[in-house]
Design a protein around this ligand. Sequence first.
Ligand code: ADP
Ligand code: MG
Length: 231
Amino acid sequence: MNETSKIIAQARREGRKALLETEAKVICTEYQIPVTTFKLAENEEEAAEFAGQIGFPVVLKIVSPDIIHKSDAGGVIINLKNDAEVKNAYAKILKNAKKYNPAAKIAGVLVQEMAPQATEVIVGAIKDPQFGQTLMFGLGGIFVELLKDVTFRVAPLTRDDAYEMVTKVKAYPLLTGYRNTPPADLDAIINALMNTSKLVMDHPEIKELDLNPIMAYEKGAKTVDARIILE
Ligand code: ADP
Ligand code: MG
């Protein structure tokens, strides 16, 4: 059995519909969708040790089946540059999480590489009652949330479909390079869409998927946050 099926079966046994970020990122990796390197720490010392192994700066994030939107819970702290900052952030994240939801089960704190800032894009999937697995694409932040500048295509995607999804958003010129922003690696973005399409076609039990954001670089792309919700 592949890693993705194992993770989904495990979540089901535990009665969880929302996969943890760690689980979603292992699944992404199995489908060749690049993600930030990460390790799950269970105490401050471990967090500092893992940060050293990953390389500074790092990002720390809460991992809890009961906290889906981590920054809303004060559960994400970025740009930590040394052991002391990591240990402080670990304590702060736990404190914030307990305040946000005292009943939340905490799996630990994720230590991950800090991905350099770049143009942020979003790849999503939803299982439409009528059309089935459907992919979504947009640029990060206000483009999706405020302007609803997104494209949709029903899975499975052809490469042409994926290319159209990327080039038909209104914000597309930002991906071709604009003033100080270098052009983004379109092939890397298209690959992420194609691989996500394969993932949701292989696993119809996935109800929602959200790679938000993916940093789009001049060469390559990296998923910084991944969420998967099961039926
Ligand atoms: P959530 O969406 O659950 O609130 P995210 O993991 O998306 O949490 O983190 C919130 C924001 O923090 C992201 O949108 C991104 O801007 C930034 N961020 C998170 N992880 C990283 C990382 N590894 N490298 C760089 N920036 C990050
Ligand atoms: Mg996010």
